[in-house]
Design a protein around this ligand. Structure first.
Ligand SMILES: *Cc1c(COP(=O)(O)O)cnc(C)c1O
Ligand SMILES: [Zn+2]
Length: 415
């Protein structure tokens, strides 16, 4: 079978490893099934989990998940077994994600996997963090990455180095503050110019990369956590955490332990996953667009504002919430800002707005008694230490090569 197979969750077909969708046309995610079933981390950084990443090769890197027991934070919340997964830059804790978020775990395996199948170009849409992660990874490989981003978000597109091996091409969407628009334009350019799409939630290198957070949690804690907290826009990280937990349970060491309960958080007022889960609302990315864009403009954690999360698809967000008896939280900006301040003053490191939303959801859950004093909690701080990166490195802002309008028509530059 080779290192792994790529199976459709609906029909069971083993798909070509480059596929993002089932070749039988199923409305389902594909999932990797690895030949090795034992949990045997080996080495440092992300690639200590190479057995459960869908690429053959690895590169030396300090990027990778870090988990520590957060005693002081736990005390404040009345939790005895609070573990923080810090997925950013915090050298004192050996956290060295060079672009400051867990998107760094996605970029490396995705690029390596594509290069292994002879591809040299990728195109993706981003609200900032994915773009930075891929831009930085591209500086290390002979590879070309096309990034589609709303113009208003470009200030977030920097890399902590001046040297670049690969080529980064930035396509800015004029007069847009909407990440979903950027996704549609990226999809169109992918088809039109034959550039490999990154794939979002369908990209198993993305999911298995993000899933290393759960693996590192189990490694540090010694068992599966009872609860997993994460802020979500697409929910891909939540799906990834669930899949990683399943993989761990395939090893005797973790067999029979309860599946971690997923606690996902969104930022009021834009919260399609929350409304779908709590209020049975159907997610319609193009309905009442003006209202949606108005709500998006109000959220503190913009990376969470995805109009089209993979909710109903087989293996998607709804399925993993069902499978783990999960819950979804709605956090307003004020709660998030307060949570960020508490985290920074207690731990001594800055966290990104999405992480603040996540931490606020844990504060709410603890207050509501949804997590108990002695239960083990894995808190996914999906990004942090950006202030520190800017102190420690000279960051270079990337400028657009091409401008397009909101319908994707090229205004200046080329592809
Ligand atoms: C992308 C991102 C999220 C949301 O991740 P999904 O699981 O894809 O919804 C949360 N926090 C940060 C810092 C991110 O970059
Ligand atoms: Zn199928």
């Amino acid at each position: 079978m080779g290192k792994y197979v790529l199976k459709c969750l609906k029909c069971g077909r083993e798909n070509d490893k480059r596929s993002l969708v089932c070749e039988n046309g199923c409305d389902s995610l594909l999932r990797t099934e690895y030949e090795k079933k034992h949990f045997l981390p080996n080495g440092d950084g992300l690639f200590k989990y190479i057995d459960w990443l869908p690429c053959e090769g690895k590169v030396p890197t300090k990027i990778g998940p870090v988990v520590y027991k957060a005693e002081k934070l736990g005390e404040k919340l009345g939790l005895k077994e609070l573990f923080c997964s810090f997925n950013g830059y915090w050298p004192e804790k050996n956290a060295e994600n060079m672009t400051g978020t867990f998107k760094d775990y996605e970029a490396l395996p995705t690029i390596i996997k594509l290069a292994e199948s002879g591809k040299r170009r990728i195109i993706l849409a981003s609200a900032g963090n994915t773009a930075r992660a891929f831009a930085y990874a591209t500086t290390q490989f002979d590879f070309e990455t096309f990034i589609v981003m709303p113009e208003s978000m470009l200030e977030r597109l920097w890399v902590p180095t001046k040297d670049a091996k690969g080529k980064i091409r930035v396509i800015a969407v004029r007069d847009s503050h909407d990440y979903f628009k950027a996704i549609q334009i990226s999809d169109n350019f992918s088809r039109e110019y034959g550039i490999e799409p990154e794939g979002g939630a369908r990209n198993t290198a993305r999911r298995d990369g993000m899933g290393t957070v759960m693996l590192e949690g189990a490694k540090t804690i010694g068992h599966l956590p009872d609860h997993y907290f994460q802020a979500v826009g697409s929910g891909t990280g939540g799906i990834a955490a669930y899949e990683a937990a399943l993989r761990l349970m395939g090893d005797k060491k973790f067999d029979g332990q309860p599946i971690p309960r997923l606690h996902l958080a969104q930022n009021y007022p834009f919260a399609p996953i929350y409304r779908a889960w709590k209020e049975n609302m159907v997610i319609r990315p193009d309905q009442d667009l003006e209202k949606q864009l108005k709500d998006i403009a109000e959220v503190f954690a913009e990376v969470l504002a995805n109009r089209n999360p993979p909710y109903n698809i087989k293996g998607g967000v709804r399925d993993v919430l069902d499978a783990t008896n999960g819950d979804v939280y709605l956090i307003n900006n004020k709660e998030a800002v307060k949570a960020a301040e508490l985290f920074e003053s207690t731990e001594g490191i800055d966290i990104t707005p999405a992480s603040a939303v996540c931490f606020a959801s844990l504060i709410a859950a603890a207050a509501l008694g949804k997590v108990c004093k002695n239960e083990t909690v894995l808190l996914n701080i999906t990004g942090g230490g950006i202030k520190r990166i800017k102190e420690d490195f000279q960051c270079v802002n990337l400028r657009p090569d091409t401008y397009v309008d909101a319908s994707g028509r090229i205004i200046s530059g080329g592809i």
